[in-house]
Design a protein around this ligand. Structure first.
Ligand code: NI
Ligand code: MN
Length: 226
């Protein structure tokens, strides 16, 4: 399986058969303008919550009629009004089977409203069980102790955590999150895009090392084999 980073909290997981795109924010992210979006052709799109930095490019990537959107009920309703119609809705705690494996939607301690102010439901994360691997994208969230419970149900191989702070957990809280999850392979997201979330990457990686954890801080277009 392959992870490819598109900047901010946007990435692709290529299972070998299907392409899963998360939180599309590329054309609206000036830091990601090296990416040619025409070449990105997802089979599924996951939306963690309604904030613009996670959903701004959704319409561009749903041009192909077979692309399925995995999100909560409120986001589905809002996008249906924009003419999108291929949804696989879930809500917090729910699990669902797909062609690539199973997905559980988890809570995220964060807010969720659309750019027009309308309600986006509860912010979420996703636990993915694909090809005998468990990958957990927490979404934008604060640190919370139930991460421990999630890891009891799903032994996590890779976790994707926000590390930028201010709007989400920072690298130090993310280090604690990885410990609660008993997961030593961490990919950091949601950093550097805005002035307020610029981070010291070397310091963050060193902090994880003191706990025998590997923090990967990807550069745009970088791939990581999961
Ligand atoms: Ni957010
Ligand atoms: Mn965000």
């Amino acid at each position: 399986m392959k992870f490819e980073y598109y900047g901010h909290a946007c990435f692709m997981i290529d299972t070998g058969k299907e392409k899963l795109l998360f939180d599309p924010f590329i054309q609206h992210n000036p830091l990601a303008n090296v990416i040619s979006t025409e070449d990105i052709d997802p089979d599924y799109i996951f939306i963690s919550h309604a904030h613009d930095d996670h959903i701004a490019d959704i319409e561009f990537f749903t041009k192909k009629s077979s692309t399925q959107v995995i999100c909560n009920f409120e986001i589905m309703n809002w996008l249906q009004k924009k003419g999108l119609n291929n949804f696989q809705p879930l809500n917090i705690g729910g699990k669902r089977n797909f062609s690539f494996g199973t997905v559980r939607m988890t809570q995220a301690i964060h807010s969720s409203s659309f750019s027009d102010g309308s309600y986006g439901g509860t912010a979420a994360g996703f636990v993915l069980e694909i090809n005998d691997k468990v990958i957990f994208y927490t979404g934008d969230t604060a640190l919370y102790s139930d991460l421990k419970l999630i890891a009891d149900f799903h032994p996590i191989d890779w976790v994707l955590l926000p590390i930028g702070g201010v709007f989400t957990m920072d690298a130090s809280d993310a280090c604690k999150a990885a410990q609660l999850l008993k997961c030593n392979q961490v990919i950091g997201l949601h950093f550097d895009t805005f002035e307020a979330i610029k981070i010291d990457k070397i310091k963050a990686i060193q902090l994880f090392k003191t706990q025998q954890l590997n923090l990967h801080i990807p550069t745009i277009k970088q791939t990581i084999i999961l």
